[in-house]
Design a protein around this ligand. Structure first.
Ligand SMILES: Cc1ncc(COP(=O)(O)O)c(C=O)c1O
Length: 424
């Protein structure tokens, strides 16, 4: 796998004083998207602290599942945002963000010697976290325009199923997990069709697989109405084959502020209970209890919904600007589809482009950056693809960022053409 250091991303934060660099790499909110967070947290903190009889609870370890008031407000917020009346606080558990939700699930529910399946391409840090930090064998499953290739997935599940061992040795009702994103995917920005989602649930039931879905971008939805349904809503509990095989991983990082380190998982109560009754949750109490009490007030007063509405409109405008700029500046032979939500657009460049070499030119000379396709791929594929993000650069930087990027692409392809002709 090619090696774009995760560190590159966060070094961007150091560039805040360097007005020259435009980051189309960062998948975190920038200044503009974070404005208003202070006021919301001050108002919510005042409200959460106003009742001194609560002091002994607010600053204590919390219940392992999470503060009941927070879970209730979260369930209501999610029901409205998703347009889904089946969301109950009993199916939710607080986490310290989506990274933590993944870490908890992978470590608590699955044995170390069991391989885990991921989309290829996928969230680039998840590959490193599962593979390097947790020592899991990561098995990439190919993805096309309509999400994961389910026939390949079935073949792979059949092939690796023997590694599961005897059912009695499993730590949960599933022998492995598939890490995926079905709404506003990172890095591709797309949503697989309902048929694909149904098929995934069918396969997960047939092969005892947990579908661990990152539902972190879903609510950054640019069209009228509710966002596309989560994979969780395809796993209907009235079905005779129901297993509760989908776990939804949520976070406030993209819809509010990553510095809060607050998120949740949602799934069948039996599966959530397995995580809740882990020793990790026992020792930690409610993960990030204090913050959840404050955010509970922000949910209750509607401040968070208002903030989310503002974010959707900021990001919608930026995505439009990004795509208009791409249409204006991209050279022939490059392709993309405009995403309807989330942070990312996925661009396919001519086959001759190597993303890492292009990044070095774009970053060094043209002062713009992005995530390379190969860094999102456990197999190092997608060399000629790049992921652009609208989350960090301010609205007035998007057009300039794309213009610089396209200059870099043109310069790069010209250099390649020149060196090919001088060799022939
Ligand atoms: C798919 C995905 N999961 C998790 C995260 C990290 O989320 P959190 O800040 O909640 O840990 C990101 C951030 O880029 C992401 O894109």
């Amino acid at each position: 796998m090619a090696n774009q250091q995760a560190q590159d991303l966060f070094e961007d934060l150091e560039f805040l004083g360097d007005d020259e660099l435009i980051s189309l790499a960062m998948g975190a909110p920038g200044k503009e998207a974070l404005s208003g967070c202070t006021e919301i947290m001050m108002t919510a903190t005042e409200s959460a602290m106003s009742d001194l009889t609560q002091e002994k609870y607010v600053f204590q370890y919390g219940p392992r599942q999470g503060d009941p008031g927070f879970l209730e407000h979260l369930a209501k917020f999610l029901s409205v945002q998703y347009g889904d009346n089946n969301i109950s606080k009993d199916n939710l558990m607080v986490t310290a963000g989506a990274t933590h939700g993944l870490h908890l699930t992978a470590t608590v529910l699955f044995k170390e010697d069991i391989p885990v399946f991921v989309e290829d391409p996928t969230y680039f840090i998840a590959i490193k976290m599962l593979g390097k930090d947790l020592g899991r064998t990561v098995i990439p499953v190919p993805v096309g325009d309509d999400g994961i290739d389910v026939d390949k997935l079935e073949e792979m599940l059949k092939k690796h199923r023997h590694k599961a061992g005897d059912k009695s040795t499993w730590k949960c009702p599933f022998w492995t997990m598939l890490y995926l994103m079905t709404v506003y995917n990172n890095p591709r920005g797309n949503c697989p069709s309902p048929e694909k989602c149904n098929r995934l649930v069918e396969l997960a039931r047939k092969y005892d697989v947990l579908l661990f879905t990152e539902d972190v971008y879903n609510l950054l939805h640019f069209e009228e109405g509710n966002p596309p349904p989560r994979l969780l809503s395809y796993d209907v509990s009235d079905d005779p084959e129901y297993l509760g095989c989908v776990l939804s991983n949520g976070t406030f990082s993209k819809i509010f502020a990553p510095g809060l380190r607050l998120g949740w998982i949602e799934g069948r109560p039996g599966v959530v209970r397995l995580i809740m009754t882990s020793n990790t949750a026992w020792s930690g109490g409610s993960f990030n209890h204090y913050t959840s009490r404050v955010v509970s007030a922000a949910l209750q007063t509607g401040l968070l919904s208002q903030h989310l509405t503002k974010l959707c409109s900021v990001y919608r405008e930026r995505m439009n600007l990004l795509c208009q700029a791409l249409l204006k500046y991209l050279p022939a032979g490059c392709h993309f589809k405009q995403p309807k939500g989330g942070f990312f657009a996925w661009i396919t460049l001519p086959d001759t482009v190597d993303g890492e070499a292009l990044l070095s030119l774009a970053n060094g000379k043209h002062k713009v950056n992005f995530i390379t396709g190969q860094s999102t791929s456990p197999t190092g594929s997608f060399k000629n693809c790049i992921r652009l993000s609208i989350s960090f650069a301010d609205t007035n930087q998007i057009d300039a960022g794309v213009e610089r990027l396209c200059k870099a692409i043109k310069e790069y392809t010209l250099n390649v053409a020149n060196s090919e002709s001088s060799c022939s």
